[in-house]
Design a protein around this ligand. Sequence first.
Ligand SMILES: *[C@@H]1O[C@H](CO)[C@@H](O)[C@H](O)[C@H]1NC(C)=O
Ligand SMILES: *[C@@H]1O[C@H](CO)[C@@H](O)[C@H](O)[C@H]1NC(C)=O
Ligand SMILES: *[C@@H]1O[C@H](CO)[C@@H](O)[C@H](O)[C@H]1NC(C)=O
Ligand SMILES: *[C@@H]1O[C@H](CO)[C@@H](O)[C@H](O)[C@H]1NC(C)=O
Length: 321
Amino acid sequence: MRSANKLAIPALLVSILLFLYIYLRERGNSRRMEVRDSLFKVNGLPALVDTLQLVSTNSNTTSGVDKEALLQHLSERYGPVSFVGIGPRNINLTPEEENRAATCLQNAVRDRDNNGSRFWGKNEHVRRTHHTYLKNENAVLIEAGGNKGNDAYEFVKLYNPRYIILEPLEEYTNILKEKFKNNSRVTVVNVGLGIKNEVVMVNIEGNNACATSKFSGANGKTPLYITNATEFLMKLGVGLFNVDLLTMNCEGCEFEALETILSTNLINYIKNIQFATHSTLKGLENPLGRYCKIQELLRRTHKPTYQYRFIWESWRRDDLL
Ligand SMILES: *[C@@H]1O[C@H](CO)[C@@H](O)[C@H](O)[C@H]1NC(C)=O
Ligand SMILES: *[C@@H]1O[C@H](CO)[C@@H](O)[C@H](O)[C@H]1NC(C)=O
Ligand SMILES: *[C@@H]1O[C@H](CO)[C@@H](O)[C@H](O)[C@H]1NC(C)=O
Ligand SMILES: *[C@@H]1O[C@H](CO)[C@@H](O)[C@H](O)[C@H]1NC(C)=O
């Protein structure tokens, strides 16, 4: 009894310190997020409606989205829209899906090698030239991982869609804003997509920071702003309208972003979804297995329109095929 009592006080102290550490760290992160959110409101999203302002000024909100006001606003702009609600989806694989995922995993390294050597060089431009439907005047393109805007430049030149570019590094956000400041159809937002709202301190890596990832250099000096993909898309009003293309080239963020989006029926509002897979990043948990599961979840609603497995691919909603 006595020795147990002696341990109780140090144990309590350690718990309190641990709690304080976690609490302060979370508070720091949420402060940074608040700053980010206020930037959001100031900049607005001119090309795609000012839905974020709308959400923040009205108190009748559900999951952060004022459905009535949003509906009215969007219907004025885009014609009639219907909102059926975003809810969770069953993400357990059926036995048949499990089998396919197992085969996918068995062939993963072979497919990655084969498809990588086929894609890079002569076929890599398909990720830009594939999306002619974006020429439609009302087409909405969302890109996660804008970097310096090399792909963005091509998308604008080819299609000039309503375009939201997401970039988690502030320095590159500013470069993108400068690059597209004359184009009112382009909006740049300093945020990346992931599983939850968080600020990760990273080290800048790679040529043009293009390899900077939340998975490589934690404990660095540069903040990476990441947001819950589902929540972000809902705040934009996705679910009340369709996104024509969500494209992601975001250094491993694709796993968390896809898993988050595929865990709800929000995926039904994304007509085309394109992503690069970064399966060799250190610090990523089980990338090949997760890729194979994502394939199965995506396959329930979409089918590939081009696919270099484990490299780059694009999927289209079944009703549009
Ligand atoms: C919220 O909705 C209710 C019912 O539709 C309405 O009576 C109320 O005025 C609304 N409040 C605001 C602030 O819009
Ligand atoms: C990817 O590699 C597999 C073989 O590993 C091959 O069957 C498939 O055709 C390749 N895909 C493309 C688009 O080249
Ligand atoms: C934007 O437009 C101004 C005035 O027409 C022009 O001087 C400037 O070079 C343009 N900037 C870019 C980045 O195209
Ligand atoms: C992400 O946002 C959605 C929609 O608000 C929510 O249901 C989900 O729990 C969030 N995920 C996490 C990990 O916070």
